[in-house]
Design a protein around this ligand. Structure first.
Ligand code: FE2
Length: 384
């Protein structure tokens, strides 16, 4: 028989509270009225909100009607026993802890109940101090589990919130970067167009050769960011002509040896103008090497073969293509075929044969299409 001890010493002060600071609800289930009364009275004295049921079915009825934190259930009961009740509670009320009450002979059963999800078990006869400690432990465990779950849920919500914020920020940055790039490209193209305008022979030339360069570079497997670097180098190849006097740059006839010396400075001038611009750092090798020739007879450094950066080797071929197939003040544009023959003739001399090979593999219409996007602006108005 259970012994009622310590009955008054913990009255009205449950250590563990239920929901919203209310006393925790405990459902006592036992077919023996004496035990029900002893437990419910004892628990009420401890400050818990207690209800009683005499079998599993009655207990489920109570659970349907209101919230409990803990079920304290006998195992051996008629109609629905404690093990069956435990199973049902575990499935339908995962937040409710279950403590089993068992006779000494039922320890095996009690352990089985623990494996099935009971929080603890009390062995008859028990005293109320034991009950108090067992109930407090069970409720404390429940509180920690709930707290942990709540924390987990909050954390997940926070992570999700932060993730959304980060995605938005990232998009914003990408968008800004994109706009910056576009405005940067526009500025570079405006600069190139200004240069082309001064150099009357080469209207639209810079944008076209940069497009042509990209066509071949892509075919040779170059990808971004190198592709963009090469394109910018091709676009700005002649920026150093800013430092060449009009008298030399726009001289209609042939240049004297002294004038050639001045003219040949333009790759280095271009290099100096652009160095220090972080964005263009990797395009500089093309600017300085764009007048080099594959056989080493170019300038300013007389580089040979693959000493010349790939971008500059590609540029050399398309520069000739564009120069020949665009109108000049002293002649009309030559045919693609003429340019093609000239390029073949200079393969291995002025041009890298592997670049020439790729150039030849591209259908003439592709070149015409690129040319069409950036036509020689004097074309329509200019008389032959
Ligand atoms: Fe040049």
């Amino acid at each position: 028989m259970p012994q009622a001890t310590d009955k008054k010493s913990h009255a009205h002060a449950p250590r563990v509270e239920g929901e919203w600071g209310m006393p925790a609800g405990i459902l006592v289930v036992d077919d023996e009225a004496a035990i029900r009364d002893l437990l419910s009275e004892g628990l009420r004295d401890m400050g818990y909100d207690c209800a009683v049921a005499s079998n599993g079915f009655e207990a489920l009825d109570h659970l349907k009607r209101r919230q409990f934190s803990l079920v304290l259930s006998d195992i051996d009961m008629p109609t629905m026993d404690g093990v069956k009740l435990l199973q049902t509670v575990r499935e339908a009320y995962p937040d409710v802890e279950v403590v089993m009450i068992t006779g000494v002979v039922d320890v095996e059963v009690a352990l089985r109940a623990m494996r099935m999800g009971a929080n603890d078990y009390l062995t008859k006869p028990f005293n109320l101090e034991e009950v108090r400690l067992t109930v407090e432990n069970a409720l404390e465990k429940r509180r920690l589990v709930k707290e942990n779950r709540e924390y987990q849920r909050n954390l997940e919500a926070k992570v999700e919130e932060r993730t959304v914020e980060l995605v938005l920020k990232r998009r914003e940055i990408e968008d800004l970067y994109e706009r910056l790039q576009v405005s940067y490209e526009t500025t570079l193209e405006a600069l190139a167009a200004a240069l082309d305008t001064r150099d009357t022979e080469t209207q639209g030339h810079s944008v076209r050769v940069s497009d042509y360069t990209v066509v071949i570079a892509r075919r040779m497997g170059v990808e971004d960011p190198e592709l963009t670097e090469i394109r910018r180098g091709a676009l700005l190849h002649d920026v150093g002509k800013i430092g060449i006097s009009d008298a030399v740059l726009r001289k209609p006839g042939k240049l004297s040896p002294e004038e050639w010396i001045e003219m040949r400075k333009h790759p280095e001038i271009g290099y100096r103008i652009l160095s220090g611009i972080k964005f263009l750092e990797k395009s500089l090798p093309i600017v300085i090497a764009h007048q080099e020739r594959y056989d080493g007879s170019g300038y300013p450094r007389g580089l040979k073969g693959e000493e010349i950066p790939l971008g500059a080797r590609i540029f050399a071929v398309v520069d000739t293509l564009d120069a020949m197939t665009s109108d000049r003040p002293y002649r009309r544009a030559l045919s693609y075929e003429t340019a093609r023959q000239e390029i073949i003739r200079n393969s291995g001399i002025q041009f890298d044969p592997s670049v020439v090979e790729v150039f030849l593999s591209i259908p003439p219409d592709d070149w015409k299409a690129v040319h069409g996007r950036n036509p020689d602006r004097r074309d329509p108005a200019r008389a032959s």
